[in-house]
Every structure is written in C-alpha cells, then in structure tokens.
Design a protein around this ligand. Structure first.
Ligand SMILES: Cc1cc2nc3c(=O)[nH]c(=O)nc-3n(C[C@H](O)[C@H](O)[C@H](O)COP(=O)(O)O)c2cc1C
Length: 173
C-alpha cells in the first residue's frame, strides 16, 4: 500500500488556527490563509476539522495584532474558547498554523499542551511570509511528546489560493 493510501485510509483530523482581517501581504481577507489550506486537506483526506479560536479575538488591524501576539507569547497567556476534542479515534493529526514571530500563535500552545499525543502521527502545515516553518517543528515536538512528527508543509500566505497542487503532492508523501 502506498503512503497515499495509508494516509487517506486513516481516521484523521485537521487542527488549525487562522485569522481573517488585515493580513501581512494581502490586505483585508474574509478567510485566513491557514484555513484555506486546512479546507484543502480536509477535502482531500476526508479529515474532520477543528479550529482553535482565541477567547480574546486579535485586533483586525495588523500592526495591533502583531503586538498582541508577541505579548501573549511572552506571557504564555492565550485562553481559547473550546478545548480540543478527544483524539483517541484519530491516527493522523494534521496541525496547521500561521507563523507568528517565528513560532505558533500562543492559542495553539494552549490547545495542544493539554492533549496526549502518544503514538499519534502529526503532519504539520504552516503558512508564512518568509520564515518557512520557523521554529514550529521544534515547538511541536516539545509540546506533543510521544508523537511522530513528519516533514512539514510550508505555503506562502499570499499564495494559498493557487497552492492546492502543492497540498495534493504533500498529502501523497
Ligand atoms: C502576529 C503576526 C506575526 C507574524 N509573524 C511572522 C513571522 O515571524 N514570519 C513570517 O514569515 N510571517 C509572519 N506573519 C505572517 C503570517 O504568518 C502569514 O500572513 C500567515 O499566512 C497568516 O495566516 P492566517 O491568515 O491563517 O492567520 C505574521 C503575521 C502575524 C499576524
């Protein structure tokens, strides 16, 4: 069986964070870049989806948002509206995040740190505007102890709408 069939046959979920509003490269958007990729993955793999929502929404304005993000990361203070579902029935966990100051938004840390990832397979995908994966793989390995973290996918935020082929090829790996 190819990896493609392997991954498609396994029960999977896409856990992601994404923010609409004023974006780094593309102005105001109705749907965040990472959400576009999360939807491609769900459509291609039949995965369930779970969006991590901040209890305190970030400002719509980009410059204010980046300050809020840095403060939340430095204080490790970012409550979320809803905890992750029980992952026991999922074998493959897709984790999607934008790069915020080279790491994940603190809300992703809040969401992931409560969960037992032992024996899970994590497939990481990241949208960014130049940093690639940044330090997110190391961050994930630290938080999601016991999981096997496979090679991550990086997509430029400004190019998500033309990146479906890249997602298709990565899913087959
Ligand atoms: C608070 C904040 C911090 C960011 N920091 C980085 C960064 O360190 N490196 C980078 O390449 N892009 C950075 N970006 C750009 C985002 O990673 C990029 O626009 C991403 O696609 C946003 O995803 P989203 O629309 O799903 O939220 C930052 C954006 C924001 C809002």
């Amino acid at each position: 069986m190819s990896n493609d069939e392997n991954h498609r046959n396994k029960k999977s979920i896409v856990i992601y964070f994404s923010r609409a509003d004023e974006n780094y490269a593309v102005g105001y958007i109705d749907k965040g870049n990472t959400e576009v990729i999360a939807e491609y993955i769900s459509e291609l793999t039949n995965a369930d989806m779970f969006k991590v929502e901040p209890a305190n929404p970030y400002s719509k304005d980009y410059d204010t948002c980046i300050q809020e993000a840095e403060e939340r990361q430095s204080k490790h203070d970012a409550p979320i509206t809803k905890c992750l579902p029980d992952l026991k029935n999922y074998e493959v966990i897709y984790i999607g995040s934008p790069v915020y100051w080279n790491i994940m938004p603190e809300e992703m840390v809040t969401a992931l740190k409560e969960i037992d990832f032992n024996d899970k397979v994590i497939r990481l995908f990241v949208t960014h505007e130049g940093s690639g994966l940044g330090e997110i793989p190391e961050q994930i390995k630290n938080i999601c102890r016991g999981a096997e973290v496979l090679d991550g996918l990086t997509i430029r935020g400004a190019l998500v709408n033309t990146s479906k082929d890249k997602v298709i090829n990565w899913i087959k790996k």
